[in-house]
Write a protein that binds this ligand. Structure first.
Ligand code: ANZ
Ligand code: ZN
Length: 840
C-alpha cells in the first residue's frame, strides 16, 4: 500500500503479540532479567495523556531490553481502592466495586490500543480479594514483628457527615462536602512503625545514586533528622519545662517560651480565657505546612521560665505554631533568628535581641523586617561572643550537660504512619476486638476478610460500621461474641508491595521469596514526581520491614527511578457572569497570536501553558488522537522534542509532523528490495558507518532514557538512507531501521516487515542489530588505488593506517588484481591517507 494505515495495522499486530505471548515473562529463564515498571494507575475511568507519556517511555525500554536478549518483566495492574469510587457511589448511586471494574475494563482497552508490551497475564487490581487477602496476611506478619500498633490519635471529624476527613478534605477548616466546621477528635488508630527505620531509610538514600537528586533530597527532608539539644527550664510554678532546639547557640536570644495547645502546661490552666484559646487553636489545620502559614496566635499563661544563663524571667505563652508531637511540644523562642518567633514577637511586642551577626562589629545592627536564620558569629551572648555557630552549639550543649539540665539529642521529623481509614473501599484491617481477649488478629485460614457487597452510601459515616451484620463475628481465641475492626487500610499500603506481587504470584502466599529475588530490585521505575515522598518512602519501608520479618532478601526495591515531566497545553477561557469559563482546544480556533471560539467567532483569552487537567479543559483525549493518527504517531510524539524529565507541550502541528514521519518511513521501508546493480554498487561505506553509529547511539540513548535524542538520531539516519543511492548497504540499513524504530513505533515496524519482506518473524521478538565496531571510527579516509595511471578502486580505511597495511589492502582488492592480471608488481608508492600507486 502507498500509505501506512494504523486503523488496520494496529489491531492486527496487537493480536499477533497476544497470540505469540510475546510479553509474558518467564521467571525460570536463564536470560539476564530486566524488571521495567511504571507506576500503576488509579482506575479513574480514562487513561489520560500523562499516562500515555509515562507508559510509552517504559514500553520503549521494555521492548528494547527484550531485543537485547533480556527476559523482561513489564507488568500492569490497578491501584483500585480509594475515595473516588466511594464518591461515585454517593453521587451516582453506583457500587464502588462495579464502578471500579468498569473503569478498569475501559482503561485496559485503551492501553491495548496503544500497543504496550505488557504482561497482562500478571494483571491484578488491589481490590481483588486475592490481592488484599495477601495484604492482610502481610499486615498481620508486621504486627507479629512488632511493627504495627494502635494508639489514640487526633483526626479531623466532620460533625455533619459524621466521618473522619483526610487533611486534603479539610478546606479552610471546613468539611469539603458538608461545609461544617471540622473538629479534632481522638480516635484509636492503627499505625505502622516506620520511625523504627528512620535511620536506615535515610542512610539507604546514599545507595540510590541513580535516583533523581531532588527526590532523594525530598525524602531526606521528610525524614528530617536534626541534631539539637533538649533541656529543662525551671518554671515559676515550680515545675520543669523541657524544650527542644536545633539552635542551642542562640540561647541568649531567647525572649520568651512557648508551648503547644495540647501541652500539659496549657491544659492545666484553669481560666476560661485559656480554655477558649485552646479551643480556637483546635480549629485550624494540623499539618506543619498549615501552621507555618497560619496567623501566629498566642496566649500569655502568666507563668515565667528562668533563663539558665542570664537568670531572666521569660514569659511562657501558648502558641498555635508549636506542635505537640514534635520535639517536646515546647520551645525556647528566639525571635531574632527564627521567622515564626519573629512574627509572634512582633505581634505581641516582645523583645527581638540579635545574637548572631555577620561580624562582631554588627552586634547592634537592627533587623530588616524578618528573622535572620543564617550563619555568622555570636554577639550579645556573654561567653559565646565571637564564636561561630557550630562552636557555640557545642559549647552550650557541653555546659547544659555539665549542669545536668539536659542533653544533646537527635530528633526526627518522620512520624509513624497512620494507616486507619474510616472508609468502605479499602482493605479491611484484619483484626477482631474481643471484650475478653482484646485485639486479636484474624487467623490466616480465615483470610481474606472480604468487604460486604450490600452497603449503603446514602447515610453519612463509615458503611462498614453501619452494616447490620458484617462486623459481628466470634473471637478466634475464646470463641465469644466479638466485633471486626471496621477501619480499612490507607491505599498507600496497597501500592507499597504491589511490585513484589507482579514478580511472583503464588496462590497461597503473598509472594515467593526466591522468585522475587530473581526479578527485584526493579531495574527501572518510571512515574510522576508527585510520588517522590509518600509512595516511594512507603515502598522502601515495606521492603525493609518485610526483609526484617525474614520474608525478603532485599533492602531497596527500586534500583533506578525516573520521574517524567508533564504534558502541557495552553488554556482558553472567557469570563462569563463573573466566572472564568474554560474551553477545550477543539472548541477554539487559533488565529495568529490570538484565539476565537469556533461557536461564536468571538475572542477567548489564551492562558499559560500548564499541565493538562480536566478542570482547565486544556486536555486532548488519547482515544481521539489515536483514532486520528494511530498509536505509533502518538507514541513518537510522546518521545520527541522534549527531554523526558521536562514538560512536553502538546501541539497539533507536532502530532501532524509525527504522522508525516510515520508515512515517510513507510515509503522508505517499501524500498528495501532495491539492492542496486553490480558488485561495485553494493557497498556504501558512508551509509554503513552512519547506520552502525546510529545503532550504537540509539542503544545508549534508550538506556539513558534520552528518548528525544534517540528520536533525533533516527530522523538523521532516515534522511541519510533516503539520500543514498541504491545499494546492498541501503537495503540493509532499511531492514535494520525497522528494528531500531520497533520499540517506539512497533506497529509500523511489524507491518513494514511483513509487507516488504524486511525480515523473518516478529520485530518484537527479534534481536537488536549487532554493531560493527570498526564502522564506529569516524576519522576514516578514502584512499585511491591506481594502476597504470588509472583509478582501480577506493579504500575506506582508518586515518593514519600504516603504509604496509595500506599496500596489503590495495593489493588484495579484486579490482586491482583484475587490472594487474598476474603481472609482476615492481613498486608500490603509498601516500598515507590519500593514494596507493601500483607499478607493474
Ligand atoms: C530555638 C531556635 C532558634 C530555633 C533559631 C530555630 C531557630 P527543625 O530544625 O525543623 O527540626 N521547634 C522545636 N519544637 C517545636 C515544636 N514542637 N513545634 C514547633 N516548633 C518547634 O526545627 C527545630 C526548631 O523548631 C527548634 O529550634 C525550635 O526552634 C522549633 F534561631 O529553637 B528552635
Ligand atoms: Zn476472646
Amino acid at each position: 500500500d502507498a500509505r501506512f494505515d494504523p486503523g488496520q495495522a494496529d489491531g492486527r499486530w496487537q493480536r499477533a503479540w497476544d497470540e505469540a505471548r510475546c510479553f509474558e515473562a518467564d521467571s525460570d529463564s536463564n536470560k539476564p532479567k530486566s524488571y521495567v515498571l511504571e507506576m500503576f494507575p488509579y482506575p479513574s475511568g480514562r487513561i489520560h495523556i500523562g499516562h500515555v507519556r509515562n507508559y510509552t517511555m517504559g514500553d520503549v525500554l521494555a521492548r528494547y531490553k527484550k531485543l537485547r536478549g533480556h527476559e523482561v518483566l513489564h507488568p500492569m495492574g490497578w491501584d483500585a481502592f480509594g475515595m473516588p469510587a466511594e464518591n461515585a457511589a454517593m453521587e451516582k448511586g453506583v457500587h464502588p466495586g462495579g464502578w471500579t471494574r468498569e473503569n478498569i475494563a475501559n482503561m485496559k482497552a485503551q492501553l491495548k490500543r496503544i500497543g504496550f508490551a505488557l504482561d497482562w497475564s500478571r494483571e491484578f487490581a488491589t481490590c481483588d480479594p486475592e490481592y488484599y487477602g495477601h495484604e492482610q496476611a502481610l499486615f498481620i506478619a508486621l504486627y507479629e514483628a512488632g511493627l504495627v500498633y494502635r494508639k489514640e490519635s487526633e483526626v479531623n471529624w466532620d460533625p455533619v457527615d459524621m466521618t473522619v476527613l483526610a487533611n486534603e478534605q479539610v478546606i479552610d477548616g471546613k468539611g469539603w462536602r458538608s461545609g461544617a466546621e471540622v473538629e479534632k477528635r481522638k480516635l484509636a488508630q492503627w499505625f505502622l512503625k516506620i520511625t523504627d527505620f528512620a535511620e536506615e531509610l535515610l542512610e539507604g538514600l546514599g545507595s540510590l545514586d541513580t535516583w533523581p537528586d531532588k527526590v532523594r533530597l525530598m525524602q531526606e527532608n521528610w525524614i528530617g533528622k536534626s541534631q539539637g539539644l533538649e533541656f529543662g527550664f525551671d518554671l515559676s510554678n515550680g515545675e520543669k519545662l523541657p524544650v527542644y532546639t536545633t539552635r542551642p547557640d542562640t540561647i541568649f536570644g531567647a525572649s520568651f517560651v512557648a508551648v503547644a495547645a495540647d501541652h500539659p502546661v496549657a491544659q492545666s490552666l484553669g481560666s476560661d480565657a485559656a480554655r477558649d484559646f485552646i479551643a480556637l487553636c483546635k480549629k485550624g489545620g494540623t499539618t506543619a505546612a498549615e501552621l507555618e502559614t497560619a496567623e501566629k496566635l498566642g496566649f500569655d499563661t502568666g507563668i515565667t521560665a528562668k533563663h539558665p544563663f542570664t537568670g531572666a524571667d521569660l514569659p511562657v505563652y501558648i502558641a498555635n505554631f508549636v506542635l505537640m508531637d514534635y520535639g517536646t511540644g515546647a520551645i525556647m523562642a528566639v525571635p531574632g533568628h527564627d521567622q515564626r518567633d519573629f512574627e509572634f514577637a512582633t505581634k505581641y511586642g516582645l523583645p527581638i535581641p540579635r545574637v548572631v551577626a555577620a561580624s562582631v562589629a554588627d552586634a547592634g545592627k537592627p533587623f530588616d523586617g524578618e528573622a535572620e536564620s543564617g550563619d555568622g558569629v555570636l554577639v550579645n551572648s556573654d561567653f559565646l561572643d565571637g564564636m561561630d555557630v557550630e562552636d557555640a552549639k557545642r559549647e552550650i550543649i557541653r555546659r547544659i550537660e555539665g549542669q545536668g539540665r539536659g542533653e544533646g539529642k537527635t530528633v526526627w521529623r518522620l512520624r509513624d504512619w497512620g494507616v486507619s481509614r474510616q472508609r468502605y473501599w479499602g482493605t479491611p484491617i484484619p483484626f477482631i476486638h474481643c471484650g475478653t481477649c482484646g485485639v486479636v488478629p484474624v487467623p490466616k485460614e480465615q483470610l481474606p476478610v472480604t468487604l460486604p457487597e450490600d452497603v449503603d452510601f446514602q447515610t453519612p459515616g463509615n458503611p462498614l460500621l453501619r452494616h447490620p451484620t458484617w462486623k459481628h463475628t466470634t473471637c478466634p481465641t475464646c470463641g465469644g461474641a466479638a466485633e471486626r475492626e471496621t477501619d480499612t487500610l490507607d491505599t498507600f499500603v496497597d501500592s507499597s508491595w504491589y511490585f513484589l506481587r507482579f514478580a511472583s504470584q503464588p496462590a497461597d502466599r503473598p509472594f515467593d521469596r526466591d522468585e522475587v529475588a530473581k526479578w527485584l530490585p526493579v531495574e527501572q521505575y518510571i512515574g510522576g514526581v508527585e510520588h517522590a515522598i509518600l509512595h516511594l518512602l512507603y515502598a522502601r519501608f515495606w521492603t525493609r520491614a518485610l526483609a526484617k520479618c525474614g520474608m525478603l532478601d532485599l533492602k531497596e526495591p527500586i534500583a533506578s527511578l525516573f520521574t517524567q515531566g508533564m504534558v502541557t497545553h495552553e488554556t482558553y477561557s472567557r469570563e462569563i457572569d463573573g466566572r472564568e469559563t474554560y474551553f477545550t482546544p477543539g472548541e477554539v480556533e487559533r488565529t495568529g497570536d490570538g484565539a476565537t471560539l469556533k461557536e461564536d467567532g468571538q475572542p477567548v483569552e489564551i492562558g499559560r501553558v500548564i499541565k493538562m487537567s480536566k478542570s482547565k479543559k486544556n486536555v486532548v483525549d488519547p482515544d481521539e488522537i489515536i483514532a486520528t493518527f494511530g498509536a505509533d504517531a502518538v507514541r513518537w510524539f510522546m518521545l520527541s522534542d522534549s527531554p523526558p524529565e521536562r514538560d512536553l507541550p502538546w501541539s497539533e502541528a507536532g502530532i501532524e509532523g509525527c504522522w508525516r514521519f510515520v508515512q515517510r518511513l513507510w515509503r522508505l521501508f517499501a524500498q528495501a528490495g532495491f539492492g542496486g546493480a553490480g558488485a561495485d554498487a553494493n557497498v556504501d561505506r558512508a551509509l554503513d558507518r552512519k547506520l552502525h553509529q546510529t545503532i550504537a547511539a540509539v542503544a545508549e540513548d534508550i538506556e539513558a532514557l534520552s528518548f528525544n535524542k534517540a528520536v533525533a538520531r533516527i530522523y538523521e539516519l532516515t534522511g541519510a538512507i533516503e539520500k543514498a543511492q541504491a545499494s546492498a548497504s541501503r537495503s540493509d540499513a532499511i531492514r535494520k531501521l525497522a528494528i531500531l524504530v520497533g520499540p517506539m513505533m512497533p506497529h509500523l515496524a511489524e507491518e513494514a516487515r511483513a509487507q516488504f519482506n524486511l525480515g523473518i518473524g516478529l520485530v518484537a521478538q527479534d534481536s537488536w542489530p549487532e554493531v560493527d565496531l570498526a564502522l564506529l571510527v569516524d576519522d576514516e579516509v578514502t584512499v585511491a588505488v591506481q594502476h597504470k595511471g588509472k583509478l582501480r578502486d577506493t579504500l575506506t580505511v582508518a586515518k593514519g593506517l600504516p603504509k604496509e597495511e595500506l599496500e596489503a589492502l590495495a593489493l588484495a582488492s579484486a579490482n586491482v588484481q583484475r587490472s594487474i592480471d598476474g603481472a609482476q608488481v615492481r613498486k608500490v608508492i603509498v601516500v598515507p591517507d590519500r593514494l596507493v600507486n601500483i607499478v607493474t
